[in-house]
Write a protein that binds this ligand. Structure first.
Ligand code: NZQ
Ligand code: ZN
Length: 386
């Protein structure tokens, strides 16, 4: 096991009707900016629950943060934060609203001229404006981690940011919020969380037995609840396991002491930036080709995954590992998620070259657990997804 440090300060408040506990978490003298997305919270009752819990607090609102939170929209929210002397942010939404809020928490106290630099120059946020979240869509784990991904339509970029100042102070997880989530987003959530685990597991063995079993148990739980939650999102037991699996998949715990990859996300983010494909779907496009291309260096973990997650016990190491990749593809298909870039766009010609060029320009010359995935390899992997 590799050396590590672990600190996660986010308080999780989990359970039925837990949104009302908001009133205990936000200081009564705070000037709160309530941030939300395109309006789903207004039709599913979450907005009313939040407003009721905040009756005693001074609240300004900012709605309209789009999926793949857009820099230009967030800059409008930043003006409100400055003009209204906001002191506390509350994100009510999925990964996009929470990530947008993290950007604002950082930008609100950033003293440079151009907040985009936080992303383009990779400036770590040591301290941000305090914020909490009410999660409405299990998927990203953003509710319990310190990372965010922001999109800029103008330049077709999607870049990550983070730092210890960007953990939510608290996150409320009420599994009942899942009832109103459309099938497409449920499938996305399962796929995103599943791939988060793979990014922190599908590398090479370092005898980190507990982390491996944490990772495998999250994958198994997601496989188990997927058909239940797609059939009936009001199934409270399945919803509870779904929401907690997604949070645990990316709250920092399972990556401690083990090598991590994250090249699938790096390539996937480019597909969202270029074509607007849902984040999770880009992962389902990239992951199978990535594992096939890097088969030799990943096959020990692929075999372990085959045996422990998919119960494939017969055959050689290579055949078990290959079957596990095929099982993963079938799992995505069963969720209704396509796994080829050509399923999403007919304009894919030149995509691989463009992504390789972007990575070269950014100095991303060696991704993955061995820092050896060079732009020419990235180009080959993306071509395999056509
Ligand atoms: O905008 P509204 O109207 O609220 O509708 C949203 C949105 O259209 C809807 N939705 C959310 N909760 C709902 C609901 N509809 C009905 N009932 C509910 N309870 O779902 C749609 C998608 O929401 P979004 O927040 O975009 O989805 P998700 O949570 O999958 O977030 C995706 C974003 O997170 C980033 C992605 O890149 C993407 O930008 N990620 C963030 C990470 C992190 N911070 O750690 C890691 C991830 O790998 C990922 O990159
Ligand atoms: Zn993701």
């Amino acid at each position: 096991m590799n050396p590590f440090e672990f600190k996660n300060p986010t308080k999780i408040i989990f359970g039925k009707d837990s949104i009302k506990k908001l009133e205990n978490e936000i200081p009564t003298d705070a000037k709160v900016l309530l941030l939300y997305g395109g309006g789903s919270i207004k039709t599913n009752g979450i907005y009313n629950q939040v407003k009721k819990a905040l009756e005693k607090v001074n609240v300004t609102e900012f709605g309209g943060i789009p999926a793949n939170p857009e820099y230009a929209v967030l800059m409008d929210a930043l003006k409100i934060i400055k003009n209204e002397n906001i002191t506390y942010l509350l994100a009510v939404g999925g990964g996009s609203v929470i990530d947008g809020t993290k950007f604002l928490a950082s930008a609100a106290i950033y003293d440079g001229d151009t907040p985009w630099d936080i992303l383009s120059k990779n400036i770590r946020t040591e301290k941000g404006m305090p914020f909490g979240t009410v999660l409405t869509l299990p998927a990203t784990g953003s509710e319990m981690n310190s990372g965010a991904v922001i999109t800029r339509e103008e330049t077709k970029e999607k870049l990550a940011m983070g730092g210890p100042g960007l953990f939510p102070e608290f996150s409320i997880l009420d599994p009942q919020v899942i009832a109103s989530i459309p099938q497409r987003q449920l499938a996305n959530g399962i796929t995103d969380a599943f791939t988060h685990v793979l990014e922190q597991y599908m590398t090479y063995p370092v005898e980190a037995s507990l982390q491996d079993r944490f990772a495998e148990s999250i994958l198994q739980t997601l496989i188990e609840i997927a058909p239940k939650i797609l059939k009936d999102p009001t199934d409270y037991k399945a919803a509870s396991n779904f929401i907690w699996s997604c949070t645990m998949a990316l709250n920092g715990l399972i990556q401690k002491g083990v090598p991590t990859d994250w090249a699938v996300h790096a390539m996937g983010h480019e597909l969202t930036a270029l074509f607007g494909i849902d984040h999770a779907r880009t992962l389902a496009v990239i992951a199978p080709s990535h594992y096939k291309f890097n088969f030799e260096s990943k096959k020990e973990k692929l075999e372990q995954y085959a045996e422990r997650v998919w119960n494939i016990t017969e055959g050689s190491i290579d055949s078990k590992a290959h079957t596990a990749i095929e099982k993963t593809i079938t799992f995505f298909h069963e969720l209704g998620i396509n796994t080829k870039l050509s399923d999403y766009t007919k304009d894919y010609d030149g995509t691989a070259e463009e992504i390789a060029k972007r990575f070269t320009n950014r100095g991303w010359l060696g991704l993955g657990e061995h820092q050896s995935l060079s732009p020419d390899k990235v180009e080959k992997i993306v071509k395999m997804t056509y």
